[in-house]
Design a protein around this ligand. Structure first.
Ligand code: MG
Length: 169
């Protein structure tokens, strides 16, 4: 498979967490000022979870539930940036190059725009200083429809494109 096109793989990631009182809100490793936070075993960073699943999916490595089980005390309240670092290391060790990550955070509030630059820097830092122009991040709403529209939770989707290593014969 010396033709690079044949070594391209895409992966999708999707995640949802419930918004509750008494938790801090983290999106893309950034602490966001908001009266509610996301509920989960780790810091429940819905964006990073979607991104990790897209990277693992593209790499044929399963998903974050397999890698970081939510019944493992090791991962209780852990920063998802650390988990993303572990995923990045796993890909790097396999000779996989991340070509692009596109992602979207779906919620009525808070607005993501003021945080996008910081979040992209966080993601780059966790992924061996991945070029910032390979990372894209968007926010959208569902026009007040559904659970995201009612502010009950935040959803996120991500798509990654990776290049598998040249297999040595
Ligand atoms: Mg999750």
């Amino acid at each position: 498979m010396s033709d690079p096109v044949l070594r391209l793989r895409t992966g999708i990631g999707y995640d949802v967490h419930r918004l509750v009182e008494g938790r801090e809100l983290y999106l893309g490793g950034k602490r966001i000022e908001y009266p509610l936070g996301l509920l989960g075993h780790s810091d429940a960073d819905v964006l990073l979870h979607a991104i990790m699943d897209s990277l693992l999916g593209a790499s044929g490595m399963g998903d974050i539930g397999q890698l970081f089980p939510d019944n493992d005390q090791l991962y209780k309240n852990i920063s998802s940036l650390l988990l993303l670092q572990k995923v990045g290391k796993k890909l790097l060790e396999s000779g996989i190059e991340i070509l692009s990550i596109d992602s979207v955070v779906i919620c009525e509030a808070p607005k993501l725009k003021p945080y996008i630059s910081d979040i992209k820097n966080n993601i780059s830092g966790a992924l061996n200083n991945l070029d910032l122009d390979r990372i894209n991040l968007k926010g959208t709403t569902t026009e007040k429809l559904g659970f995201t529209g009612r502010g009950e939770g935040i959803a996120s989707e991500a798509v990654s494109l990776i290049l598998l290593p040249l297999k040595k014969i």
